[in-house]
Ligand binder design. Structure first.
Ligand code: GTP
Length: 331
């Protein structure tokens, strides 16, 4: 099966990190987010992925320079101006005339895609949206359904206490070609604000499947940090990074990393390739990127140190993503 992954947005809420690295290429526990997403797609039998690019497209073509990821063939399509989520799908799906999976390029999930496609096929749906339940749906597209899953409304970002349900659009869709053909070409169109609501006006067959699978939109500093700690804790499988071994309960260490015998490290943590933890340092629920250094007596709690960054001796870092030049407070 083929999939389109939407990675055209900048991810402004993760600035300054996204000024140089587009959001889907930022690491989640030392593996680029998009690699984790491609591994998930490949694990469900997806064999071709079109990356719908806009912002910093060269970063993607350089990262995947052999146009493959495992068994997946990659194609790159670049928008010269943002076409929105539906416009981006229409542009990326040019020449594809079959059922298509579509994913937002910022959602970490272990949703069972086989189940989603079966749900879609059984109902002979034109489009099926995966739904996830959140406590506060006010920042999302809220999707009430009938018992069989047929969508009855599409309410974008309702005030918290007026939301008809807590089930929200999870950013993963199955679309038949007729839905893609209905999107006007070369125009900026939003699937959540235009295409799906418009399908409800006519006799379109728009369905949605509720899922209790792990789901997290990594697009804010807090969620970006949370995603890393969830992955480090094994919520999406172990080891959290290929080749890592468990040094102590929940502490995963990658090759070439060193921990001073007088340092204290507690899980869930990942210590990246060649990282160094100095004497009497304390690292708890944190991720250290490749080649990072935690100085003597430094104290790290619920934090991420990105490749190339150093935590000075004695520094205290809590709820933060530390880069080589700039940090991202996540508290
Ligand atoms: P913010 O800048 O933080 O709002 O994030 P974003 O630009 O990534 O936007 P948002 O989270 O709303 O987008 C959801 C997904 O769609 C992300 O994976 C985006 O990369 C992608 N996306 C958003 N707009 C476009 C677009 O115009 N074209 C393409 N190809 N993808 C888009």
């Amino acid at each position: 099966m083929k999939a389109v992954v939407l990675v055209g947005g900048e991810g402004t809420r993760l600035r300054p990190l996204t000024l140089t690295t587009p959001k889907p290429l930022l690491p989640i526990a030392n593996v680029a987010f998009l690699e984790r997403q491609l591994a998930w797609l490949g694990g469900h039998g997806v064999d071709e992925v079109v990356l719908s690019l806009g912002y910093l497209p060269n970063a993607f073509t350089e990262h995947f320079s052999d146009d493959r990821f495992g068994d997946i063939k990659l194609r790159f399509v670049v928008e010269h101006e943002p076409l929105g989520t539906a416009g981006g799908i229409r542009f990326a799906a040019e020449g594809i005339d079959e059922r298509l999976l579509v994913c937002n390029g910022d959602v970490l999930t272990d949703l069972d895609l086989g189940e989603l496609v079966r749900f879609h096929a059984e109902r002979e749906a034109a489009a099926t949206i995966a739904l996830t339940r959140v406590e506060d749906p006010s920042a999302f597209g809220v999707v009430p359904t009938r018992a069989d899953g047929e969508v009855v409304a599409f309410v974008e970002k309702p005030p918290r206490h007026q939301a008809p349900t807590n089930w929200i659009n999870a950013g993963t869709y199955v679309l038949e070609p007729e839905v893609i053909d209905s999107i006007p070409p070369r125009l900026t169109v939003s699937i959540e604000r235009e295409t799906f609501p418009r399908m409800l006006e006519g006799p379109g067959r728009l369905f949605a499947m509720q899922s209790g699978a792990y789901w997290l939109d990594i697009g804010t500093p807090q969620k970006y940090l949370e995603a890393q700690l969830d992955v480090a804790s094994g919520r999406l499988g172990t080891p959290p990074v290929e080749g890592a071994t468990e040094l102590a309960a929940g502490v995963w260490i990658q090759p070439g990393a060193t921990v001073d015998p007088s340092a204290f490290v507690a899980g869930p943590s990942v210590i990246g390739v060649g990282a160094r933890i100095g004497a009497r340092a304390r690292v708890e629920a944190s991720v250290l990127g490749p080649g990072t250094i935690v100085g003597e007596g430094a104290n790290l709690l619920r934090s991420v140190v990105l490749r190339g960054a150093t935590v000075a001796p004695g520094a205290r870092v809590t709820d933060e993503v530390v880069g080589p030049e700039a940090g991202l407070p996540c508290g």
